[in-house]
Each structure stands twice: as structure tokens, then as C-alpha cells.
Design a protein around this ligand. Structure first.
Ligand code: BDR
Ligand code: CA
Length: 310
């Protein structure tokens, strides 16, 4: 599988990309960066830091949108990801890696044209870059083989100040609306699916106690997220939204249950801007466009983490 990863890295984003790097049958053709958890300039640095830690080969990295399509709601997510987007990571080393000159949206369009029907697109952040690609080339979505995204809330149980909206969609609701409208089919890993599939705290501690460079990086970058999850959310375990979406992309057989619905994005609601609105009962008469992942094999995903961090 050849994959493009679009990311706002992000603590769980870098874990997800490490999973893809560690997957035998997957090649990352490009990483495109977008503002979300933190500003895109931190995102590119975070991606480079992770690639250096795991000793990845030369992967083209593109800088993308530095703000949502419409200004207004983006504030970053420093509570979870730290000011730098990587848990206030203090062990950064100088990197020899360089950004590509091409803007991310142009690169998405070009790569889809070079290999129509071949690329899997996995998005781990706001959908700004992908929306721009859809507007640049209306055929872009039809040239992508599979589109898997972390985002949305299937039952309106969000994780932002707009209570029914999930973070990635809330950051750029117009972009999410454009993308869901443009892609014939997508696979969605929602916030509620994230909450249903945590690692236990014991599992987190085991992973964080590893001695490899990757395990040390995992430990060094997850402190702020763990503090937020334990002290603010009182979460039952360690949430891994982006790795769950990546797992579904890498190994479709890990998805144990999904259902296919029409999904659109609310862009105007006074209380609900950024909510994903799901036609659960087919009432709209609109054709389904999103496979909503309900259950995924978390035991196997934990085993993938153990192997990745060993
Ligand atoms: C999503 O928002 C970000 O904080 C995470 O990286 C994930 O992509 C979860 O709502
Ligand atoms: Ca993310």
C-alpha cells in the first residue's frame, strides 16, 4: 500500500505515523502538514523529529495550510499536546531533513494524478489541505483509492468547547464539509470510537517503560497528554485517536464493526458548529458516504505498539 498521511502532529499523530513506518506492506509516499493541534511550522518540526528518532528514510514532507479556510475558531490544543504540539518535547536535535518546496495541496493533487486509484489517504488533523485539493481538482477524490480520517463525533459527543464537535472537524468545519461532500466514500474514526478503545493505564505504563529510542520518545512526548487525560478528563485509559484511524487503514480486518451512513458537517449552528450530522436511519434520502467505524481490535493494536516500541 502507498499512503499519504496528512497530519497536524500532534502527540498521537506521530504515534500513528510510526505505526505506518513500522508496517511491512506500507510505504509512506508523502506526509502533508496542516495547522491543528499546533501551528503548521511546529507540525513540520515534529514530523522531522519523529522521522529522525526512528531513523526513517527520506520521505517527502510538505508544508500545508497555516490556518483554516475561514479564520475564527482555531486555537490549537496545547492542553493536550503542549505548546509545541509534541508534549513540550525537550530533546530535539538538529535535523538534516528539509521541507519540499511545493505547497501540500498542490502536492496532493499532483501525486493523485501521477498514480490515480493507487494511493490511500489517511488524515489525522483538520481537513484544510484536503479541501483545497478538492477545490483545485474536483476529480481529486475520485483518484484516491481509500480515504480514512480521524475526526467527527458519530453521536455528537465531541471533545471541544462546541460540545457536539470533535477537534479536527471543529478546527475547520468548512474544510470538513467540502471534503465529506466531495469524496464518494470515506472511513471515519470518531471521538466516541476513541473513547471506547483506550489502552489501559497499565498498558500505557508498560509501553512508556520501554528502553528503545522509540519507547523513550513515546514516554517523552506523552506527559502532557497523560496529565490532561488523567486530571481533566478522568479518562479510564490512554486515548489513541489517530493510531486507531491508522490501524484501520493499515489492517482493514481489524475493524470489527462499522456502519455506512450519510454524514454532513454543520457549519453554522450557534452551539453546534463543527458537528458531524449523521443520518442514522436513512431519513434524508441521501446516499451513504461514510463508513463509521464502531469497533476495532484494540488488543492487536496494542501488540502493534509493543512491537513498534520494542
Ligand atoms: C484529534 O484531535 C487531536 O487532538 C488528535 O491529534 C486527534 O487527531 C482527536 O479529536
Ligand atoms: Ca491529530
Amino acid at each position: 500500500m502507498r499512503m499519504i498521511v496528512d497530519t497536524d502532529a500532534g502527540v498521537d499523530d506521530v504515534q500513528a505515523i510510526m505505526m505506518a513506518l513500522n508496517h511491512a506492506d506500507t510505504e509512506i509516499a508523502a506526509i502533508t502538514c496542516v495547522t491543528g493541534n499546533t501551528h503548521v511550522d511546529w507540525v513540520t518540526r515534529n514530523v522531522f523529529a519523529m522521522l529522525d528518532v526512528v531513523g526513517a528514510g527520506p520521505i517527502p514532507v510538505f508544508r500545508g495550510a497555516e490556518q483554516p479556510l475561514l479564520p475564527g475558531t482555531w486555537t490549537g490544543e496545547a492542553r493536550v499536546h503542549g505548546e509545541d504540539g509534541l508534549g513540550n518535547y525537550t530533546k530535539r536535535q538538529p535535523t538534516a531533513r528539509q521541507l519540499q518546496d511545493e505547497p501540500a495541496a498542490l502536492a496532493l493533487v499532483r501525486m493523485a494524478n501521477e498514480a490515480p486509484g493507487e494511493l490511500t489517504l489517511v488524515t489525522l488533523g483538520p481537513l484544510t489541505n484536503v479541501a483545497l485539493a478538492c477545490r483545485l481538482d474536483p476529480e481529486f477524490p475520485h483518484k484516491i483509492a481509500r480515504f480514512v480520517f480521524m475526526g467527527g463525533a458519530e453521536l455528537a459527543m465531541g471533545n471541544t468547547n462546541n460540545l457536539s464537535a470533535e477537534f479536527n472537524v471543529y478546527c475547520d468545519p468548512e474544510a470538513a464539509a467540502v471534503v465529506l461532500d466531495a469524496f464518494p466514500e470515506a472511513e471515519m474514526l470518531s471521538w466516541e470510537a476513541t473513547v471506547r478503545h483506550p489502552f489501559t493505564w497499565e498498558q500505557y505504563e508498560t509501553l512508556a517503560a520501554g528502553t528503545s529510542r522509540a519507547a523513550e520518545f513515546f514516554r517523552d512526548t506523552t506527559g502532557s497528554a497523560v496529565q490532561f487525560l488523567r486530571e481533566q478528563l478522568h479518562a479510564p485509559g490512554f486515548y489513541i485517536p489517530d493510531p486507531l484511524a491508522m490501524a484501520a487503514a493499515l489492517e482493514p480486518s481489524l475493524v470489527e464493526e462499522s456502519s455506512f451512513h450519510y454524514v454532513a458537517v454543520e457549519t453554522r449552528g450557534a452551539l453546534t458548529r463543527g458537528q458531524t450530522v449523521v443520518d442514522h436511519f436513512g431519513a434524508s434520502g441521501r446516499s451513504p458516504n461514510v463508513h463509521i467505524i464502531k469497533a476495532i481490535d484494540i488488543a492487536t493494536i496494542y501488540a502493534m505498539f509493543e512491537q513498534m516500541l520494542s
